[in-house]
Ligand binder design. Structure first.
Ligand SMILES: [Zn+2]
Ligand SMILES: [Zn+2]
Length: 96
């Protein structure tokens, strides 16, 4: 039963098959905390040891890089700085 940060504050939601709370970090009152908003996306970025990063992301933290492809802030950074000639992200097309 995950906790979510909703407009009303941290809410403990009961139930199964709920999306994981957003794992991006945000600064709240000067402290780095989990965003924990209701996630609607999973990061499609590469990860060591598994296929994709799979970080749960809310609307605010998902960076859309193509149709149904989203990156977390960390993967988006390395995506932007990755050399496009190296092939790691060459199958992904950046949308404006
Ligand atoms: Zn978030
Ligand atoms: Zn990621």
């Amino acid at each position: 039963m995950p906790f979510y940060r909703l407009k009303t504050g941290i809410v403990h939601v009961k139930g199964t098959r709920l999306p994981r709370p957003c794992a991006a970090h945000v600064l709240i009152d000067g402290h780095e905390q989990l965003c924990a908003a209701w996630s609607t996306y999973l990061c499609d970025g590469p990860a060591q040891g598994r296929d994709t990063c799979d970080m749960p992301l809310c609307e605010a933290h998902a960076r859309e890089i193509g149709p149904n492809r989203h990156l977390c802030p960390a993967c988006h950074l390395s995506h932007r700085y990755a050399d496009p000639q190296r092939g790691l992200f060459s199958s992904l097309i950046e949308t404006p």
